[in-house]
Design a protein around this ligand. Structure first.
Ligand SMILES: Cc1ncc(COP(=O)(O)O)c(C=O)c1O
Length: 334
């Protein structure tokens, strides 16, 4: 089970520069910390205002929204609330959806995409009644065209799109969050990455009312705490959305610098078209995360993702200076 339970935070050791965890640097912002600190936690939580805020943000109805204890809880609710006969996860992908399916007693078939990891709907077995795909995908950073995801939709099938990194994409291009015509699609979002709220546990699912009702029926009462619900309201405000889209634009510039620096290291290739807050790279040696750690850089090892091996590393986007320093350390490590 190590494969499915390894996460980037385990790759970080004290004193190293953290390029393994993909959270927006400098978060949570002070205004959000203050807002969370002001929440009255003596009362049981009410997710009504959070549901309203998410619905307004994505122009959905409130019965198309379920606020959850992070995207991870949404995957558990999918696994528990739906009864798939044949579930398929598209790999490489974040490992929690598969782990949640297995924990709920479902088998999970894995469809592994070849480099450059672009979604090919024809690879998904026709009888799959649950398909889970990331967009943009962790760890490849590939943004699949909305049309490719739409091509997965068919009667009797639920397609779950993990959009935990969708707000890294300027204008949230190719997001299906606002598309109400797509019955059979559940979009999962997270506040963890953009807002630095990994420990708070807050995210949400969007989908047709019948699907959302099935997930809600599997959710424990009061699963989402009052501060988490408040974060949802706060991060759906126009000011917060402006802040997030400013970050997405700056990220594009810094990501290009990182991809350029890594591509300049002999024998290193970067998966093209990165759209999230990290890039995936293949290097000419195995386990380079170890010598990099000795040189002070923590990167995410790739071999704990299905479909990748020991030559892969995932690197978070930081300042161009940090990216250049990493590239120098990588050149010395291979
Ligand atoms: C692609 C992806 N989806 C979901 C999550 C989990 O998000 P949350 O913290 O909201 O459960 C992560 C966290 O690493 C992730 O990388």
């Amino acid at each position: 089970m190590t494969l499915l339970t390894h996460h980037g935070d385990r790759d970080v050791t004290p004193g190293t520069i953290d390029l393994a965890v993909n959270v927006r640097p400098g978060t949570p912002p002070e205004w959000l910390r203050e807002r969370l600190a002001s929440v009255d936690v003596s009362r049981y939580p009410d997710t009504g205002p959070a549901t309203d805020a998410v619905a307004a943000r994505h122009r959905r109805r409130t019965d198309e929204v379920l606020v959850t204890a992070g995207a991870a809880e949404a995957f558990t609710l999918v696994a528990r609330g739906l009864a798939p006969r044949r579930a398929v996860v598209i790999a490489p992908q974040f490992t929690e959806p598969e782990r949640a399916l297995r924990a709920a007693g479902h088998a999970a078939d894995v469809v592994v995409l070849d480099e450059p990891f672009v979604l090919e709907p024809r690879l998904v077995p026709a009888d799959a009644d649950l398909v889970i795909v990331g967009n943009p995908t962790n760890p490849t950073s590939v943004l699949h065209p909305a049309e490719a995801i739409r091509a997965l939709v068919r009667p009797g099938r639920v397609v779950v799109v993990d959009e935990a990194f969708a707000d890294c994409v300027p204008g949230e291009r190719h997001s299906l969050a606002g598309l109400r015509d797509l019955t059979g699609v559940i979009v999962v979002r997270s506040l963890t990455k953009t807002w630095g709220l990994a420990g708070l546990r807050v995210g949400y699912a969007l989908g047709a009312p019948d699907l959302i009702a099935r997930l809600a029926a599997a959710q424990p009462h009061w699963a989402v705490s009052s501060p988490a619900a408040e974060a949802c309201v706060a991060c759906c405000s126009p000011q917060a959305l402006d802040e997030a889209s400013g970050w997405a634009r700056a990220l594009s510039h810094d990501r290009a610098a990182l991809a350029g620096a890594l591509s300049g290291v002999p024998g290193t290739t970067v998966v093209p078209g990165a759209a999230a807050s990290f890039v995936l790279a293949r290097v000419p040696v195995v386990d380079v995360w170890q010598p990099l750690r000795l040189r002070g850089f923590a990167v995410r090892r790739g071999d704990t993702f299905r479909g990748l091996g020991r030559q892969w590393i995932r690197v978070a986007v930081r300042s161009p200076e940090t990216s250049s320093a990493l590239a120098r350390a990588l050149a010395e490590s291979i």
